[in-house]
Design a protein around this ligand. Sequence first.
Ligand code: 3UK
Length: 556
Amino acid sequence: MTTPTAVNSGRSAHVDTFARDHLPPRDAWPEFLFDLPELRYPPQTNCAAALLDEAVARGWGDRPAILAPGGTRWTYAELLARANRLAHVLVDDMGLRPGNRVLLRGPNSPAMAACWFAIVKAGGIVVATMPLLRAKELTDIVNKARVTHALCDARLVDELDRARAQCPTLARVALFQTDAADGVEARAAAKPAAFANCDTASDDTVLIAFTSGTTGQPKGTMHFHRDVLAAADCFPKSTLRAVPDDVFTGSPPLAFTFGLGGLLLFPLRVGASTLLIERPSPEALLAAIAEHRPTVLFTAPTSYRQMAGQAPSFDLSSLRKCVSAGEALPAATRRLWKDATGIEIIDGIGSTEMLHIFISHPDTQARPGATGRAIPGYVACVLDEVGRPLPAGRSGRLAVKGPTGCRYLDDPRQANYVQHGWNVTGDAYRMDEDGWFWYEARTDDMIVSAGYNIAGPEVEGALLAHPAVAECACIAAPDDERGAIVKAFVVLKEGLVPGDALTRELQEHVKQSIAPYKYPRAVEYVEGLPRTETGKLQRFRLRQMEEQRAREGRDA
Ligand code: 3UK
């Protein structure tokens, strides 16, 4: 369906119309903003051509594009040739038709990056999955997106094999990172280095990204070729201010749009390079930074916190810019990283629905505890219960609009995320007089105790500033008298022993730092906290555990 007034509508190249047929109805889309002239892409746009072929045409062919520990160093021209050969494998050998969905599965690696571009060049739709997903989760995704093809890292094929019996649409699977004769690399070697890119419309779907970490059926978010370029033309240019000599690195998987943008699209859009690390634990990341000297780092708040402790043993002097997203960045973590490296972290909130970051700040201006302001290209506000914008200072639901936005694949939850043309992220925020946004909590993580609204992350922020606390999570625990109380789950720093005296000290510390009524009335010491593969704290798991305990307590 193309409406004559729609911006950027082109001729679809999709012969397989599944994606177009399962977009939400037009009136359920958010409003899109294309005020910045650089965001008006030609009606026929293939984002892989824009990112790779055009980069080489621009004269960047000999610049480094993809790096990996172990010595891989591909130039833009080499990456282009590899992606082209792989695109031939997909089209000539595997029968890929424009609009088909291709599962892409592997840890961050040069081969994974080349496969991503190959799928896009051939007009396929990338459905990338986190390396740790199991057969059940893969099955749900394959069936929801009616995936027809898969490119899978040979080391991760077992779970995919287990899923296949329940995946009737998935007809063709090929493996990469293998020497096998029927592997992708061997087949690609016999193909030409040139490929005629699929002439996609700027509003053809190019990726379906599944959301991570919450309960319920996974939601697929659909993004167009133009969305990918818009994400790459907003945050990296206006806020990160990346330059061609930058070398990016970090931890988020390419299957998470935070990682796809930060570790692939953004560096290539500005002519920079990216160092892809397969197992980016805090230690591995620190070692890779010391050895390969990247300048831009993308990772999550907990990773910064863990790395800060070990930073003195590594040479991190190459780093210029550090981006944090995925969860709120506690002021204490911002401080630790600055003390360890001298660098002011760039916080940014993004979401799978919005594709990437929409509220952030340059490293030259930071307000500890605040996420930032709407970045150029986006507008944001705080809405009340009925969808009216609230004045500065009032807390409510964060809402945003810009060149990217939420389009769920065939999902009634579209009406939750998109209201009155706004994308409503599910976060409780406050905006100040200067347009800075202050994070409070996920709307469902708000703690209501004796009639007070308490944001768990604020209490966590206070606890994290205590020297004994390594990590913590604050949730609502059922309480007969108050409805709920704030309960803190605390992981202590190595060598420290829990006890009542410490609990009283932590409680006192919170009362001294924020409004006393917010202090955790219960503290439980734990060895670790439940997190998603993308590093997000799963507070709902702790909440469910407490609710279960309360039920058992009543039954006993
Ligand atoms: C939370 C934050 C406070 C917030 C993401 C950057 O995280 C990403 O996508 P998801 O779909 O989750 C979205 C939700 O995560 N969040 C993310 N960043 C922040 N909360 N401060 C932050 N800086 O609840 C949001 O609604 O997994 C992040 C780029 C791409 C992404 N997909």
